[in-house]
Design a protein around this ligand. Structure first.
Ligand code: C2E
Ligand code: CA
Ligand code: CA
Length: 511
């Protein structure tokens, strides 16, 4: 079907639909990319936290080994074991200093030798680890103390916080990476903080060591997912925008195609796809071809031959019916003009005209042009105006019909019996013919009421001295009835279907 019966959507609705078509793939694509970015960040944080944990455990292994070697020396005279302490500090890459403890009191230190300093075992997470912001030697550098004790003996080895923060910095280059020991935590800038860890809203990951009392936390600040998308996905965004534009364009195109009958008909008019078909009108008594009705067909390139009901209403709405009728009249004149000199009596040519066409006087010019294609006096041009759509009498219309009559153009009321034309109307427009609607003809021999109406119309036309045409004659019974009742013109499948110009002209010459 070339056109649908629905009217065109309003402009703003079409714009919204086009925008939605364009935005949908972009929005969906962004949602998918956002989820993908979230997964990528989680995966990256998992690897970062795992790697940091591994590095810290390696450092603590080294520090713990040192404490284990020193523990048996605890209790011995500091001067005797001082060298052993210094040897550990020198040999072990991560140990910055070492101390021996007796009865929870540090009594010997690798740097100062003999000292006296109380320690509280409870300060150490699981009795083993204490993260401090500094010690008397380097008050501004974080240290991680590893404590080993057995009875009254104890050994403390101190891991330099510098190594820890370097790991946090290097491994978590794009990630916020933190090390928590007991109530304190160390950030990548080497500072020790107390209290709860800061919020890591994006892709947070915490890993606790199974061997030492520490936890590593990795995460990103708010908005990192968008930043990641902006830095990693520009080519995909370009692709999404491309899809959006294509999808929007397809949406727009489909709407235009399915919702623009006017444009489609304008195209068809320019391509001369509206062509005339001719149906013979025969004489009531002799059944000789004495005229024709010109019926429009749309030779659609894809849909084939389209009947007028499918497109005439749109053509009327858009006003295109006027140029379409004009084109139809020209084509009809081209077919019939050349054979008109052979007509022995005036040949009736019926053309369907809509009320639109009667709004100005251009119809007079169209009819004059039409008549000029025929041998003088060889035809009667009959304009068929449907009774369903009456023309409003006005100065212009009255003037129009006066001029048409002066040209010798005749007027027929089409589909008579289905509308509400009055006698006044028939007179005002100087009507020459009534075309009985086919629904009454179809009821001959079937429905008594319809036959009464038919008889009344026939009587009325006789009284008003109007010619009468019966259309839709399909059976011999109908034909006989109408002829017997003096209907002078008959039209219907019984005598001939609407046919293309070449076929009609060919058949006409044989009649
Ligand atoms: P209409 O003016 O009443 O035309 C008669 C319709 O009855 C035509 O349909 C014709 O093919 C059909 N017909 C003829 N004999 C028989 C028959 O024995 N049995 C049956 N069942 N039908 C028969 P068509 O060609 O499909 O046209 C339908 C309507 O479209 C026309 O009704 C007319 O109102 C409109 N139309 C056709 N061409 C034009 C045109 O050029 N301009 C305008 N404004 N309207 C047109
Ligand atoms: Ca008609
Ligand atoms: Ca009709």
């Amino acid at each position: 079907m070339p056109l649908t019966a629905k009217s065109r959507r309003p402009m703003h609705t079409r714009i919204i639909v086009t925008l939605l078509c364009g935005l949908l793939p972009v929005i969906l694509g962004c949602v998918i990319l956002y989820m993908q970015a979230g997964r990528a960040l989680k995966q990256s944080n998992r690897l970062t936290a795992d790697e940091a944990l591994r590095q810290f455990e390696l450092m603590l292994d080294n520090t713990a080994q040192s404490a284990r070697e020193l523990l048996p020396l605890a209790g011995q005279n500091c001067n005797d074991v001082k060298l052993a302490l210094r040897e550990q500090v020198t040999r072990r890459p991560f140990v910055r200093s070492a101390s021996l403890v007796w009865d929870d009191t540090i009594y010997c230190n690798s740097l100062f030798g003999e000292v006296q300093e109380k320690i509280t075992a409870g300060d150490y997470a699981q009795g083993r680890l204490l993260l401090m912001s500094g010690n008397p030697v380097t008050p501004d550098t974080a240290v991680l103390v590893y404590r080993l004790s057995e009875g009254k003996q104890g050994a403390l080895t101190i891991l330099d916080g510098y190594h820890l923060s370097t790991v946090l910095r290097l491994i978590g280059r794009n990630t916020l990476l933190l090390l928590r020991v007991g109530p304190n935590w160390l950030s990548a800038d080497g500072k020790v903080h107390g209290g709860a860890l800061p919020a890591l809203p994006v892709a947070e990951r915490e890993r606790s060591s199974s061997r030492y009392a520490f936890t590593v936390a990795a995460g990103f600040p708010e908005g990192e997912t968008w930043r990641y998308m902006a830095s990693e996905y520009p080519p995909l965004f370009s692709l999404l925008i491309f899809f959006g534009v294509v999808s929007g364009a397809i949406g727009h195109f489909l709407q235009e195609r399915s919702w623009s009958p006017t444009r489609e008909m304008q195209r068809a008019l320019a391509a001369q796809e509206f062509v005339p078909y001719f149906q013979p009108v025969v004489h009531g008594d002799t059944k000789k071809w004495i005229g024709t009705e010109v019926l429009m067909r749309w030779k659609h390139p894809k849909e084939g031959l389209v009947r007028p009901e499918m497109f005439i209403p749109f053509a009327e709405d858009s006003g295109l019916i006027v140029p379409m009728t004009r084109s139809l009249m020209r084509q009809a004149a081209q077919w019939l003009g050349p054979v008109s000199s052979s007509f022995s009596e005036p040949f009736h040519i019926g053309i369907n005209i809509t009320a639109n066409h009667c709004n100005d006087l251009k119809l007079v010019k169209d009819c004059r042009e039409f008549l000029s294609a025929f041998a003088p006096g060889s035809i009667n041009l009959v304009l068929e105006l449907t009774e369903r759509e009456l023309i409003k009498p006005s100065d212009v219309t009255l003037q129009l019909f006066e001029q048409l009559h002066a040209l010798g153009v005749m007027i027929a009321i089409d589909d008579f019996g289905t509308g509400h034309s009055s006698l006044g109307y028939l007179r005002q427009f100087n009507v020459d013919f009534l075309k009985i609607d086919q629904s009454f003809v179809a009821m001959i021999g079937i429905d008594a009421l319809s036959r009464h109406i038919l008889d009344t119309i026939i009587e009325l036309s006789a009284k008003l001295d109007l010619g009468i045409v019966a259309e839709g004659v399909e059976t011999q019974e109908q034909s006989d009835y109408l002829s017997a009742h003096g209907v002078n013109f008959l039209q219907g499948y019984l005598y001939g279907r609407p046919m293309p110009g070449a076929e009609f002209v060919n058949a006409l010459t044989h009649h």
